[in-house]
Design a protein around this ligand. Structure first.
Ligand code: WTA
Length: 636
C-alpha cells in the first residue's frame, strides 16, 4: 500500500501506525517510490546516539532539482510552476512554466559556476520576494552549493554575522526591494555588511528597483548581462543524501544565531510528503503561502515541497496592507487560489480591519486554509474560518520549526478533525512525548508538559553549522534519545496537541523567532546602558510584544530621545523587527542567588500582575521588586 498520499482517516491511521512500528521501512518505501534517485541507499537510517549523528538514506545519491524540475518536464513542461505577484498590483504579474524555470535555474547555475562557486561552497542570498530569489536558491541546489538565505529585513550587522559564520564567498542581492509604499535600499545594507566580511569576493546584483547603487569595482556585478549570456543547460551535480542542501539561521536563547543545516535526501522526502498531505494538493490547484522565502516556511512550502509535487506555487512580493487591507483576498480571487497558508499575526492584523476589505472578493476557490509560526488564538481562528473560509473550509494549524524542516503536528484537511487552537495530531513518522520538569515521560494522555520528539524523522536538522556541540546541547542535551523542541504543550484525552509556547528565552513576535540575548546585547551597545532584560508580553496582533527593563549608567537629557536611540541600536544590530514596543528604566533587575535574571517576575511586573509575583524573598535583591512596581505604577 502506498502511504504517500493519505486520502482518508483510515489511510492516515494505518500510515501512522506503520511509521511508528517500522519507521525505516515506512520512509524507505516513500523515498523509493516517489522520487528520482541517481543511486539507491545501502542503509535507510543510522543514529549514533553517543555523538548525536543522524543520517537517512545513507549512500543514496540524488540532485533535488531533478525532483523539483527535470522530472516534471516530461509531461508538465508548460504547467505554471511559479506565479509571481508583484508588490504593485498594476505591474504585470508573471507565470513561469516548469520549462522556463528549469532554464532560468540552469542559467543562474552557470553564472554561479563562472564566478567560481563549487559544490559545498556557501552562497548568501539577500533578496526581496522576486523570482530571482527562487531561481538562485534552486541554482545553488543544482550545483551543490549550500544556500544561506538571509531574510531581507535583517540589518547589515545581522547579515554580516550570518555571512561570516558560514564563510560565504558570494552574495546575491538586489539594488532594492519594494515593500508596500516603501522602497528598501538593500544594496547599501549589503555594502555596509561587507565592510566586515573579508571572505566575500563577489556580489551579484539583481536590478529590481533601478535606484542608484554604488557598484564596488572588482567585487560587484549586475546579474542580468551574465544571466542573459549563460547557457540554459547545466548538468545536475550528484549529491550524497547527507550532503548539506542549505543553512538557515534561527534565533537561539543565547547570543549567536544558529545555522541549522538541512541535507538533500531526508529534507526533500519529508518536505514533499508533508506538502502533499497537509495541503491535500491536487493537480490544477493553485497554492499560495504568504511567508517570505527568508524563513523555513518559505523554503519548505513555497519552494521545495510544492515544486517536488509539480505544484503551482504563488510568490507575493508585497505586504497584506498594500494598496489596502484587501490585498490578500484580491490575490486569492485573482488566481483562484485553492490553498492559502499564512501566519496568525497576519490574520489578527486583518481581522482588526473592516469586513469591507473582505466582502468584495470571491473566495470560493479556497479548499484549505493554513496557519503557522505561533499559536493561533480562538478569536482569530473563528474569524479566519467564518470570513475567509465561509464557514466551510478546513483550517490546518501546523506546528513545526526551522529545525524540523517540515510540518510535524497538524490536522489533515477533511480527513482528521480540526480543533480551534490545537495543532491536533502528529503526522506519520512523528512521535511526540510530553515530559515533566524532572524529565520523566508523562504517560497519562491528558497532560501538559515539555514537548519532545522520539525517533528522528528524515528532515530533522543534522547539526548547527560549525558548532555540533551546541546542536547536541540544545536539542539532545536534556535527553540523548529525544529531540527537545523548546515548546510547551497540552494534550487532550484524544491525543490532540495544543502548543502553548516557548519555554526558553525565545520570543515569537509577529511570527518571528527572536532570542532575548541578542536584543539585550544590542541595547547594551548604547553608551548609557549598563544592563537590560527583554521579555515578551501578550499582544493582540503580534502575539507577543517586546518589553525592555533597562538599567542606566548615566542620566539622559531626554528619556524619549534615549528610547528612540536604544531602538536605533536594535535596528542597527538586528533589524526593525526586534524593536522594543515598551521600555522602562529601572535601578536593578530581580536576580537569583546565582545571578540569573528572574524573567517570570519581570513578565508579571510588565503586565502589572503584581499579585502574581509569588515568593520573591529568595531573590538576591528582593527589595528591587517594590521599586519595579513603583516604576510601573508611574508609567501611564
Ligand atoms: C512556534 C516556523 C504554535 C513554536 C515554522 C516553534 C507554533 C516556533 C506553531 C518555530 C503553531 C510554530 N502553533 N506555535 N502552529 N508553529 N510555532 O523556527 O514556538 O520560525 O517552536 O519555524 O514557532 O519557529 P520557526
Amino acid at each position: 500500500m502506498s502511504h504517500y498520499h493519505l486520502k482518508s482517516a483510515d489511510a492516515f491511521q494505518k500510515a501512522y501506525q506503520a511509521s511508528v512500528d517500522h519507521p525505516e521501512a515506512f520512509w524507505d518505501k516513500i523515498a523509493k517510490n516517489n522520487f528520482i534517485w541517481q543511486k539507491h541507499w545501502y542503509k535507510t537510517f543510522e543514529w549514533d546516539q553517543k555523538n548525536t549523528h543522524i543520517k537517512w538514506f545513507l549512500g543514496g545519491q540524488l540532485n533535488i532539482t531533478e525532483n523539483l524540475l527535470d522530472r516534471h518536464l516530461i509531461h508538465n513542461a508548460d504547467k505554471t510552476a511559479i506565479i509571481f505577484e508583484p508588490n504593485n498590483p498594476d505591474e504585470p504579474h508573471q507565470e513561469i512554466s516548469y520549462a522556463d524555470l528549469a532554464k532560468s535555474v540552469n542559467k543562474m547555475a552557470n553564472v554561479l559556476k563562472d564566478q567560481g562557486v563549487q559544490k559545498g561552497d556557501r552562497v548568501c542570498i539577500y533578496l526581496p520576494m522576486i523570482p530571482e530569489l527562487a531561481i538562485t536558491v534552486l541554482a545553488c541546489a543544482r550545483i551543490g552549493a549550500i544556500h544561506s538565505v538571509v531574510f531581507a529585513g535583517f540589518s547589515s550587522s545581522a547579515l554580516a554575522a550570518r555571512i561570516n559564520d558560514c564563510q560565504c564567498a558570494l552574495v546575491v542581492t538586489s539594488d532594492g526591494g519594494f515593500r508596500g509604499p516603501k522602497t528598501i535600499d538593500l544594496k547599501s545594507i549589503v555594502d555596509q555588511a561587507l565592510e566586515n566580511c573579508p571572505v566575500v569576493q563577489r556580489t551579484l546584483v539583481v536590478a529590481r528597483t533601478h535606484q542608484k547603487s554604488d557598484m564596488v569595482p572588482g567585487r560587484d556585478l549586475w546579474l542580468k548581462p551574465l544571466f542573459d549570456q549563460a547557457s540554459d543547460q547545466c548538468p545536475a551535480t550528484t549529491m550524497d543524501a547527507e550532503d548539506p542542501l542549505f543553512i538557515l539561521y534561527t534565533s537561539g536563547s543565547t547570543g549567536k544565531p544558529k545555522g541549522m543545516v538541512h541535507t538533500c535526501g531526508g529534507y526533500m522526502v519529508y518536505a514533499a510528503y508533508t506538502f502533499k498531505n497537509v495541503f491535500q494538493y491536487a493537480e490544477h490547484n493553485i497554492y499560495w503561502c504568504s511567508a517570505d522565502i527568508g524563513w523555513i516556511t518559505g523554503h519548505s512550502y513555497i519552494l521545495y515541497g510544492p515544486l517536488a509535487n509539480g505544484a503551482t506555487t504563488l510568490m507575493f512580493e508585497g505586504v497584506p496592507s498594500y494598496p489596502d487591507f484587501g490585498r490578500f483576498w484580491a490575490i486569492i480571487e485573482k488566481y483562484k487560489v485553492t490553498q492559502f497558508y499564512t501566519a496568525p499575526t497576519a490574520i489578527r492584523a486583518l481581522a482588526k480591519e473592516s469586513l469591507d476589505f473582505v466582502s468584495p472578493y470571491n473566495l470560493s476557490s479556497l479548499k484549505v486554509l493554513g496557519t503557522v509560526g505561533e499559536p493561533i488564538n480562538e478569536e482569530a481562528w473563528q474569524w479566519y474560518f467564518k470570513h475567509i473560509g465561509g464557514g466551510k473550509v478546513p483550517i490546518v494549524d501546523t506546528w513545526w520549526q526551522t529545525e524540523t524542516g517540515g510540518v510535524m503536528i497538524a490536522p489533515l484537511p477533511r480527513i482528521t478533525p480540526a480543533i480551534p487552537t490545537y495543532a491536533t495530531l502528529p503526522l506519520p513518522g512523528i512521535q511526540p512525548v510530553l515530559l515533566d520538569d524532572q524529565g520523566q515521560e508523562i504517560t497519562e494522555t491528558e497532560a501538559s508538559g515539555l514537548l519532545f520528539i522520539k525517533h528522528p524523522w528524515p528532515s530533522i536538522a543534522r547539526t548547527i553549522w560549525g558548532d555540533h556541540q551546541r546542536y547536541v546541547q540544545t536539542y539532545f542535551g536534556a535527553q540523548t534519545d529525544k529531540y527537545m523542541t523548546g515548546d510547551g504543550a497540552t494534550r487532550d484525552a484524544k491525543g490532540n496537541y495544543r502548543i502553548t509556547g516557548r519555554v526558553d528565552d525565545v520570543i515569537i513576535v509577529s511570527g518571528h523567532n527572536l532570542g532575548t540575548a541578542p536584543i539585550e546585547d544590542a541595547i547594551n551597545e548604547h553608551e548609557l546602558v549598563a544592563e537590560s532584560a527583554v521579555i515578551g508580553v501578550p499582544h493582540s496582533i503580534k502575539g507577543n510584544s517586546l518589553f525592555g527593563f533597562i538599567i542606566l549608567k548615566g542620566h539622559p537629557d531626554s528619556e524619549e530621545n534615549l528610547k528612540s536611540a536604544i531602538n536605533q541600536c536594535i535596528t542597527q544590530h538586528i533589524g526593525p523587527i526586534a524593536k522594543l514596543d515598551e521600555m522602562v528604566f529601572t535601578p536593578g533587575l530581580p536576580k537569583t542567588r546565582s545571578g540569573k535574571i528572574m524573567r517570570r517576575i519581570l513578565r508579571n511586573i510588565a503586565q502589572k500582575n503584581f499579585d502574581a509575583l509569588g515568593d520573591t524573598s529568595t531573590l538576591l535583591n528582593p527589595e528591587i521588586v517594590a521599586e519595579l512596581i513603583q516604576v510601573m505604577q508611574k508609567k501611564h
